[in-house]
Design a protein around this ligand. Structure first.
Ligand code: SF4
Length: 81
């Protein structure tokens, strides 16, 4: 939903403008973090994936392409050390 120029003028003069911006930023931040986290869960960066054999150690099989790209509920981040 787009704001009209009048909506924007009212918003910019409002006493709670700063608070509204802070609340919107918090909400956007949480949504973006969730989507970024979900969109970067792939077998390639999962601790259970054996890249040389392309097998999932947990399920002892090669995951289907869709799972390789999107990960699954058992996804675990690789320990970065
Ligand atoms: S995301 Fe799921 S299927 Fe892929 S390697 Fe990890 S546990 Fe296995």
């Amino acid at each position: 939903m787009a704001l009209s120029p009048d909506d924007i003028r009212i918003f910019n003069k409002g006493e709670k403008r700063e608070l509204v911006i802070i609340e919107i930023a918090k909400e956007l931040g949480a949504v973006m973090r969730k989507h970024l986290d979900e969109s970067t869960r792939t077998c390639i960066n999962c601790i259970h994936f054996n890249e040389p054999t392309e097998q999932c150690r947990l399920f002892k099989a090669r995951p289907p392409a869709r799972i390789i790209a999107l990960g699954c509920d058992e996804y675990q981040d690789q320990i970065p050390f």
